[in-house]
Write a protein that binds this ligand. Structure first.
Ligand SMILES: [Zn+2]
Length: 448
């Protein structure tokens, strides 16, 4: 309380004036020792815990709680007196204050501790940073993690969202746009989405995993995300459409990077007489190409879960690469192969009473590379479906179906390694064995 003591002894008004000017630049740095970064969590909704207001909210950097205001009688002011907690951060302006004295810490950017807190609330990047990504980073407990390849809490409920957020944050043109720009003026949806992606790539995480419960809750309550029957494909398509509606720039990046086109030609009876007259030709754009698996039921004779059928991915693709009509007299032809080709393997019959239990468990064989119509692709991400195995009754859904869980496998080009993200855990995986899982979605990147 050096500043206050000085004030008591200061004689003239002039001196008081000088002190007033100096005060904001000389906060009591001893207070900074009371800051506990381990208690800070900026993934939660930024509202005052007393008034529930989202306006003018400060985080107490000693206990991590959010309080409104700075003026006398405000929740933050009262908290500082009652609890003897003195260092606060305004969550919108990212300015630091000492309360109740109401002194701004003006040179906070010279203090590493405060900088790291600012970065945790709002990570920022420059082009040069991105060149070194992904890189090994250390959290507050000195645990090593690879930025971009991080886990998430609450996977039992939100694993579908984790998979999709990881996958889109690994599409480099999209990632770079999100990391290098500010979206404060672009509406809440884009702002919140960009924050998730900025945090996924943060090299300065306090903990090596994130929580996006708050983001998904926001999507459900404010953006109309239907929480029934959600899987990663549904969520990805929903998110892509939402992005296109909210940002012209991002729409153009998505169209450039992810939109493919397929020509669908339906033939009439004439085909049988070898007169190839098409009766109907359509060009359909797509974000995700659905590949149908051959019919298989684990409950039929001769089929057991231990003896799952396998099919090569190239065989599934012949529908789109073979110019001969299918049994329904339709020819599918890929006319635009995007930079990121996203496949969906159709495992669930949504009309079934138990879509998970009765799903198609056929294994899809693939390697890390694929050639489609003379274009080379490299597998970047593999989202797999896992059934939560448990005898516990509440692990099943209300109608007795099994429960789905999603695990994301991501390729790190730098180390040429596969990393699996399951909940908060990340594990290295053998690329040769990835196909032994129930692949549900894949992202392939075009190679130059
Ligand atoms: Zn506090």
């Amino acid at each position: 309380m050096e500043v206050d003591n000085k004030r008591k002894h200061s004689g003239s008004e002039l001196e008081q004036e000088v002190l007033k000017k100096i005060r904001p630049q000389e906060p009591n740095y001893a207070y900074l020792e009371t800051v506990v970064r381990e208690k800070l969590d900026f993934d939660t909704e930024k509202i005052c815990c007393i008034t529930l207001s989202p306006l003018n909210v400060y985080c107490c950097l000693v206990c991590g709680h959010f309080y409104q205001g700075r003026h006398e009688k405000s929740p933050a002011f009262i908290h500082s007196i009652n609890e003897n907690h003195h260092v606060f951060l305004n969550l919108t302006s990212l300015k630091f204050y000492i309360l109740p004295q109401n002194i701004q810490i003006l040179h906070g950017n010279k203090v590493q501790l405060l900088n790291s807190i600012k970065f945790a609330v709002y990570p920022t990047y420059c082009l040069k940073d991105l060149e070194s990504f992904p890189k090994h980073c250390f959290d507050l407990s000195n645990r090593v993690y690879l930025n971009g390849f991080i886990g998430f809490t609450n996977a039992a409920t939100y694993a579908y969202a984790h998979s999709v957020l990881l996958v889109i944050s690994h599409m480099v043109p999209l990632r770079d746009h999100f990391l290098l720009n500010h979206f404060d003026g672009q509406g809440e949806f884009i702002k919140r989405l960009s924050m998730c992606i900025k945090k996924i790539w943060s090299p300065k995480l306090f903990k090596p995993y994130l929580t996006v419960d708050n983001f998904v809750a926001y999507l459900k309550v404010k953006e109309g995300l239907n929480s029934n029957l959600i899987d990663p494909r549904f969520f990805l398509l929903w998110l892509f459409n939402k992005i296109c509606l909210n940002s012209k720039q991002l729409k153009s990046i998505l169209n450039q990077s992810c939109k493919g086109k397929v020509k669908i030609a339906e033939f009439g009876k004439e085909l049988e007489r070898s007169i190839s007259v098409t009766s109907n030709v359509k060009i359909r754009p797509f974000w995700v190409l659905t590949l149908d698996l051959p019919e298989f039921s684990p409950f039929e004779d001769g089929n057991s879960v231990d003896n799952l059928p396998q099919i090569r991915i190239t065989k599934l693709l012949t529908k789109f690469t073979n110019s001969k009509p299918t049994s329904t007299n339709t020819v599918f032809e890929l006319t635009r192969l995007p930079q990121f080709l996203i496949f969906h393997f159709n495992r669930f019959d949504c009309s079934s009473e138990h879509p998970v239990k009765s799903r198609n468990q056929t294994l899809v064989e693939f390697s890390g590379e694929l050639e489609i119509l003379h274009v080379k692709y490299r597998l970047k991400a593999n989202i797999i479906h896992v059934v939560i195995k448990s005898s516990c009754a509440d692990e099943k859904t209300a109608n007795g179906d099994e429960r789905s869980h999603w695990v994301t496998q991501l390729y790190d080009e730098k180390s040429e390694k596969w990393i699996e993200v399951d909940g908060i855990n990340t594990t290295e995986r053998d690329g040769e064995l990835l196909f032994l899982n129930e692949t549900f979605m894949q992202v392939w990147e075009k190679q130059d």
